[in-house]
Design a protein around this ligand. Structure first.
Ligand code: NAP
Length: 252
């Protein structure tokens, strides 16, 4: 069975480890190629496919039996492409996506639909803001240049924000270290995306402990309903193994 995993998340890496141990399964992991790919126990490919059409062509050319969308919940375009390509090629699609985090009574969250909403929600008064949102949507905060931004991204970047400091780091992060960072930097408010990922939950837990407000950007709407959903890697593996190779399905 040939499996293509669209990756870029720790859940995808966990699934790759499970697939690597499965006899009779040949899995490939695909990355967008924006950051250094983490090591994985299965072959990797990097870079876009050229839209849904290019992905469909890749699936056909590589004889992929099952497509797994294990991309980040905020990576909406590639998820849409995966649905279109899977439907077109009549290829089973497994969507591996953790549920979002849920607010506890002691949490001080302001939920906003997008980054522009997050930038506005910080307010007019100058604040010290921890931006833990990656680097793709930092431009939204150019609308609020009065704040100091502590920005954590995987690769170093040069944002167009007058008052900032960059920390280049990749999760998983530890709650005590996150608490220390928030205290040392005298952070007033955190901006986060509700990814649901365990690897980056420590900042949310640290905010809960310190009583800090969090501006939580909600997930984009889920795509159309093509595919079956799994909440963790083992569940995705079971769904993948439930599909035979396409050749077998066709009786070839
Ligand atoms: P996006 O807007 O959904 O995708 C933009 C384009 O990047 C896609 O159309 C596709 O290009 C290419 N692409 C994305 N993921 C790919 C993959 N796994 N393999 C090959 N090509 C891929 O995605 P994004 O928000 O820019 O995120 C890019 C990657 O970073 C994703 O793989 C995601 O899992 C990871 N990531 C994203 C976030 C986030 O907050 N957005 C956070 C952590 C990790 P073509 O159309 O040319 O195929």
């Amino acid at each position: 069975m040939r499996v293509l995993v669209l990756g870029g998340t720790s859940e995808a890496t966990a699934l790759a480890a499970l697939l690597a141990a499965m006899p009779g399964v040949e899995a490939i992991m695909s990355f967008a190629g924006r950051t250094r790919a983490p090591s994985a126990p299965i072959p990797l490919r990097s870079g876009g496919f050229g839209g849904a059409e290019g992905l469909w062509q890749y699936l056909e050319a590589e004889g992929i039996d099952v497509l797994v969308d294990a991309t980040h919940p905020f990576a909406a375009q590639i998820s849409r492409n995966a649905e279109i390509a899977a439907a077109r090629g009549n290829i089973p699609l497994v969507i591996l996506s953790r549920p979002g985090w849920t607010r506890e009574p002691q949490d001080r969250w302001t939920e906003v639909p997008d980054m522009a909403g997050a930038a506005a929600a910080i307010g007019r008064e100058t604040r010290r803001v921890f931006l833990a949102i990656g680097r793709l949507q930092l431009a939204a905060f150019e609308a609020a240049p009065q704040h100091y931004y502590l920005i954590r991204t995987i690769e170093p970047i040069a944002p167009n924000l007058p008052h900032h400091r960059i920390i280049a780091a990749r999760g998983p992060f530890d709650t005590e270290a996150e608490e220390r960072l928030l205290r040392d930097e005298k952070i007033d408010v955190i901006v986060a995306k509700n990814s649901g990922a365990a690897a980056v939950f420590a900042k949310i837990l640290a905010a809960r402990r310190l009583g800090l407000p969090v501006i939580m950007v909600e997930r984009p709407a889920e795509a159309s309903g093509v595919g079956v959903r799994a909440a963790h890697a083992a569940e995705a593996l079971a769904l993948i193994l439930g599909h035979g190779p396409r050749a077998a399905l066709r009786g070839v």
